[in-house]
Design a protein around this ligand. Structure first.
Ligand SMILES: Nc1ncnc2c1ncn2[C@@H]1O[C@H](COP(=O)(O)OP(=O)(O)OP(=O)(O)O)[C@@H](O)[C@H]1O
Length: 215
């Protein structure tokens, strides 16, 4: 594929019981959102964990991931520049909204620039003026928007989205999909989306259908 930012070349996982997930090969262009679907237990979350670098050591991995021209093999999690969003916002409960956002900023962003970045992220999250609020006082949709902004402030080269909309009620889901896809596309950040809900697939987006692991 022309203009590939992320690619997987025959990523294959072997579970402790010998079953194999994959091989999975794919390529993502900047800003592209590719959806992984498949039955429960087919290995969607494990594949994302392998890409993020958080896979259980009990699962063997072969095949390569490359992000922005660099192999991910042997690269520690914190150096991968891969952001994660899950079903739950997972904000730090002991920190304010602004502290949650500032936590994600690279150390190279200092002083006034840090405050400006947090303020801009709050505005993008449609939460201006709520910097001092505790995460427990936010609605589900507000917390989900902060979680996306926190992931983006870390300046990821790509995002992994593991059922990020599944806990939101149906009224909020469409708003949140539009919100996430708009911000990823504006920043040309590619993403892999795991979902059971075909309504989550962005318009015109590609889908890879996974099958249950081979015995
Ligand atoms: N640490 C582990 N040790 C052994 N087996 C594991 C481990 N983690 C996951 N598995 C197994 O790997 C398979 C794939 O699990 P995974 O959670 O990746 O599936 P999934 O497609 O994301 O499922 P769901 O849609 O239900 O979230 C399952 O059979 C699961 O039991």
């Amino acid at each position: 594929m022309k203009n590939t930012l992320f690619e997987l070349d025959k990523l294959c996982l072997t579970l402790p019981d010998g079953r194999a997930i994959g091989p999975l090969s794919l390529a993502l262009a900047p800003g592209e959102i590719l959806t992984l679907m498949g039955p429960s237990g087919c290995g969607k979350s494990s594949l994302l964990a392998a890409i993020a670098g958080t896979l259980s050591p009990a699962i063997r991995q072969s095949g390569q991931g490359r992000l922005a021209g660099q192999s991910l093999s042997g690269i520690p999690i914190e150096q991968r520049r891969i952001g994660l969003l899950f079903q739950d916002a997972l904000l730090f409960p002991h920190m304010s909204v602004a502290e949650n956002l500032a936590f994600a900023l690279p150390a190279s962003v200092r002083g006034q620039a840090r405050q400006n970045a947090v303020r801009a992220a709050l505005k993008d999250a449609e939460l201006s003026g709520m910097e001092k609020r505790a995460p427990s006082t936010l609605s589900g949709g507000q917390a989900a928007r902060v979680a996306l902004m926190r992931a983006l402030l870390a300046e990821p080269a790509m995002l992994l989205l593991d059922e990020p909309f599944s806990r939101l009620d149906s009224r909020l889901r469409q708003d949140m999909r539009d919100f996430v896809y708009r911000h990823l596309q504006a920043r040309a950040i590619p993403a892999l989306l795991v979902t059971h809900d075909s309504a989550d697939v962005p318009a015109g987006g590609r889908i890879i259908q996974l099958e249950a692991p081979d015995a």
